[in-house]
Every structure is written in structure tokens, then in C-alpha cells.
Design a protein around this ligand. Structure first.
Ligand SMILES: [Zn+2]
Length: 184
């Protein structure tokens, strides 16, 4: 889920220079020496869900990744938000694409900054409407886990671990809040 730096101008295709523009900016940007276009790069949103099953949400759906990075590791369904969709729509779409799961969206649960890689991860709680899944090509296997069964050492991303820890903590308290945090 990393992005390579811009190499060529999006307007004219010339190789860009990485420097501070002459317009009073303070950050290094990809600047085109030919047409003068300055390329601004901003963080991307990764949106996903915590799909839960059972009367008290005792089981959570995880997907075993069939793609790099972290091939073979387990993750909550999540991916990059697309243009022309809301964060909740994106989270629902990713859950359909990766797990083939039918869900009812609930509230925002975690908002985690991963500033090092220029990403913001947002996870929503979602009630599963069925325990039958049809994983897409990005997923080797989709299955339900109780807290005791979660493969904590085999999780794909820090934001997934953080979100699952918060989920089971809140479930024990009987109240789900909204959690924000920064992943170093
Ligand atoms: Zn250019």
C-alpha cells in the first residue's frame, strides 16, 4: 500500500524535478521543468469494516490476503477509497469485493493516521446479514474468528491489529465508541 514518488509530469510527460517550488511553498514537490506544473500529493484514505456476527458480535470476519503486500496474512476487509464515493460506501464496497459478505453498515469505529506512508485508515462497524461468504480474487479465504481464535501474529497491518483490539475491548464493556490514533 505504498506509493512511488512521481517520476514524470502528468501534463506533458517530462521527467520532474523534486524541489521546493519558487512560489513561497515550504515543501519539496515534483516540479516539471518544461511546463512548470507543480504536482501536489496528499494522503490517501483506506476504508474498511469490522464485520461481526452473533448476538453480541462475538465473531469477526477476517480475509486471508491473496495479493502482495502481506500475501497470506489476515486482514479486515479494506482498501483505497475511490473518487465519487463516501467513506462508508467505500468500506461497504471493499467488504463486498474482498469477502462477498452482505452487511448492514454501523458507526465509524476507528480513525488511524499512518503519517509515515501518507494514509488515513477508517474502519466502520458492520453487522453481517449472513455467515456465507464469497471471497473475491484478492482473498484466499474468508472466515469468522472469536477473540480467542484471532491470529494476532499473522495480521497484515498495524491498523487492523489496533482496530481488532479496540473492538474486543469495547465489546467487553458493552459499549462501542469512536477511537482515533496515530500509528508510528
Ligand atoms: Zn510538464
Amino acid at each position: 500500500m505504498f506509493r512511488a514518488p512521481i517520476q514524470h509530469c502528468r501534463q506533458c510527460g517530462t521527467a520532474v524535478e523534486h524541489r521546493i517550488p519558487d512560489d513561497g511553498d515550504t515543501k519539496v514537490r515534483a516540479v516539471c521543468p518544461s511546463c512548470g506544473t507543480i504536482h501536489y500529493e496528499n494522503p490517501l484514505n483506506v476504508v474498511g469494516t469490522v464485520p461481526h456476527w452473533g448476538p453480541t458480535g462475538e465473531q469477526v470476519l477476517l480475509c486471508k490476503r491473496n495479493i502482495e503486500p502481506r500475501l497470506g496474512k489476515w486482514t479486515l476487509p479494506a482498501g483505497f477509497m475511490e473518487l465519487n464515493e463516501t467513506t462508508a460506501e467505500g468500506a461497504m464496497r471493499e467488504t463486498h469485493e474482498e469477502a462477498g459478505a452482505q452487511i448492514e453498515m454501523q458507526g465509524l469505529f476507528t480513525l488511524l493516521n499512518v503519517a509515515r506512508v501518507g494514509q488515513v485508515h477508517l474502519y466502520y462497524r458492520a453487522r453481517l446479514l449472513s455467515d456465507r461468504f464469497e471471497p473475491g480474487h484478492e482473498t484466499q479465504e474468508a472466515r469468522l474468528f472469536t477473540e480467542a481464535e484471532i491470529p494476532w501474529e499473522e495480521l497484515a497491518f498495524r491498523t487492523v491489529k489496533e482496530t481488532l483490539e479496540r473492538y474486543f475491548e469495547d465489546r467487553r464493556k458493552g459499549h462501542f465508541g469512536v477511537h482515533t490514533g496515530d500509528i508510528a
